[in-house]
Design a protein around this ligand. Structure first.
Ligand SMILES: Cc1cc2nc3c(=O)[nH]c(=O)nc-3n(C[C@H](O)[C@H](O)[C@H](O)COP(=O)(O)OP(=O)(O)OC[C@H]3O[C@@H](n4cnc5c(N)ncnc54)[C@H](O)[C@@H]3O)c2cc1C
Ligand code: SF4
Length: 481
């Protein structure tokens, strides 16, 4: 093993420099700076090269982390990139936005031994950003072209990962999306301060240069029927994500000034991309000068509170019914939000929106305490009697999660089986749905989840589609051009 490794005792954990809260809280640029080469090498050298790498086990993609850390520590960055990209179609994106504290870094042995995790995400991002800068990432030229084609519905991370893998095997790939840009929630959900949009566009351009065809502004089920898509392609992959917002069921929730989180975030992302956004310009979905209350404790809620800060809200409060330790969002994001001036009301649940002449003026909340564990093992929150209180609010954002749209209805396809929440049922060993040759991946299968899981399932489905098409191939591969 290289003598550059196992430095976790003598070298402190260091993350890339984070911009100060004052510096970052009025723009939408990413908040972490890039490692310089020497730092990436030094931090990679802290890895203890465990015999059983728990980081790898807890990465949904099974990334070969110890190997690319070792290569980076030894300045062999191009090889590090080859190893890292062998299991991940968007390492620079996962490096930026995976909740590493819950995945690879959370189970890193040096973290468990009290020395602080290896900064895996930051190194992963550094390796691939360097690969892009140095031109090591070249468009795909498949060893041979195949006559069969795959239609993918949804240009989010699940659809894109599958598109890349299938293109590598030589299939013709067409990706349909109802949005006008490629990326799904990477573009229109996740704000720029976590993931700058040029990073996503670079991936889209790479796929296009590799021969993947994108058909944008195309809502499958409306602009083209699902049945036509099936007739047109040898196989179809559904990667449509989940977009039906769960809404607040409380008096006053219909008042003006109460909005779903994704509508708010999409407006902000479009505005930052330079699009004309009347709802932002009119002030409707712009938090400037407003008292904002965000309801929810997940990643979406964190993105909303931090967006409101950047838009110049006069106050931003996050209301969450459990405590800090039990929130679903990343602890790192909560710390970032606190630094930027967000107030958290833990153990508080909304009772009503105070409707003042049709407009929201406050949220009435009640204090909660954690009771006995429920069926899932989590302590159920219960109200503290007589503890109501009001928080002034002229903008209330509901970040309460998402449900799948009714795909059998949208696609006019009663053969497509969904579970009782509306998620598409698949056989997890193949990712095939109840319909022959139709596969599904990502949030539409597992419910609102993570980018890294969508990528993993996109890769798995591509492998299964390949096997499926080989098995039922009536055509032979045609010669590469
Ligand atoms: C605000 C927010 C913040 C998040 N932050 C993080 C984070 O920090 N880290 C993380 O790992 N995950 C995060 N997530 C979750 C992550 O974005 C999703 O898990 C991931 O994007 C799911 O990928 P997907 O490909 O399944 O779906 P999506 O990314 O949702 O893509 C689905 C695509 O399908 C298209 N589509 C849908 N229906 C049709 C149709 N009928 N016809 C044509 N196209 C259609 C949509 O337009 C969309 O482009 C966040 C989610 C949100 C909402
Ligand atoms: S993909 Fe995510 S979980 Fe896996 S190594 Fe990278 S940052 Fe960690």
């Amino acid at each position: 093993m290289s003598t550059r490794m196992l430095k976790f005792v003598s070298t402190e954990q260091e993350r890339p420099v984070k911009r100060s809260a004052e510096d970052r809280s009025d723009d939408f640029h990413e908040i972490y700076r890039e490692f310089i080469e020497a730092k990436a090498e030094e931090q990679s050298g802290r890895c203890s090269q465990c015999g059983v790498p728990f980081c790898q086990e807890h990465c949904p993609l099974g990334n070969n982390i110890p190997d690319w850390l070792m290569l980076t520590a030894n300045g062999r960055l191009e090889e590090a990139y080859q190893v890292s990209s062998a299991t991940n179609n968007m390492p620079e994106i996962c490096g930026r936005i995976c909740p590493q504290d819950r995945l690879c870094e959370g189970s890193c042995t040096t973290e468990q031994s009290g020395h602080g995790a290896i900064t895996i995400g930051a190194v992963e991002k550094y390796i691939t950003d360097t690969a892009w800068e140095n031109g090591w990432i070249k468009p795909i030229t498949p060893p041979r072209e195949r006559a069969q084609s795959v239609g993918i519905i949804g240009a989010g991370p699940g659809g894109l990962a599958a598109a890349e893998q299938l293109r590598r095997k030589g299939y013709k790939v067409t990706v349909y999306d109802r949005y006008d840009r490629v990326g799904g929630l990477l573009v229109y959900g996740i704000p720029g301060f976590k993931l700058e949009k040029e990073v996503v566009q670079r991936r889209a351009d790479y796929l296009e240069a590799s021969g993947v065809e994108f058909v944008l502004n195309c809502n499958v089920g409306e602009d083209i029927s699902f049945q036509d898509l099936r007739a047109k392609h040898s196989s179809v992959l559904i990667a449509t994500g989940v977009y039906k917002a769960k809404s607040l069921n409380a008096p006053g929730a219909g008042a003006e000034g109460v909005y779903p989180a994704l509508e708010y975030l999409t407006t902000s992302n479009k505005q930052n991309l330079g699009d004309a956004v009347p709802d932002y310009d009119s002030g409707k979905l712009n938090a400037k000068g407003k008292k904002v209350v965000v309801i929810g404790g997940g990643d979406t809620a964190m993105d909303c509170v931090r967006t409101a800060i950047r838009q110049g809200a006069s106050s931003v409060t996050c209301l969450y019914r459990r405590n800090r330790e039990n929130m679903p969002g990343s602890q790192r994001e909560v710390a970032n939000a606190e630094e930027e001036g967000v107030t958290f009301e833990w153990l508080a649940a909304p009772r009503a929106v105070i409707d003042n002449g049709g407009k929201a003026s406050a949220v009435r909340a009640v204090r909660m305490r954690l009771g006995l564990p429920d069926a899932s093992g989590r302590q159920a929150p219960e109200e503290v009697p007589g503890s109501d209180f009001d928080i002034e609010a002229d903008m209330v954002i509901q970040a309460l999660g998402f449900d799948p749209e009714d795909l059998p209805i949208l696609f006019n396809e009663n053969q497509l089986t969904v579970n009782r929440w509306g998620a598409v049922r698949v056989d997890y060993s193949t990712m095939m749905t109840s319909m022959d040759g139709v596969f599904a991946v990502g949030d539409i299968v597992r419910g609102a989840s993570l980018v890294v899981w969508a990528v993993k399932e996109g890769r798995d489905a591509a492998e299964s589609i390949h096997e499926y098409l080989l098995a039922c191939a009536t055509d032979r591969p045609v010669a590469a051009e």
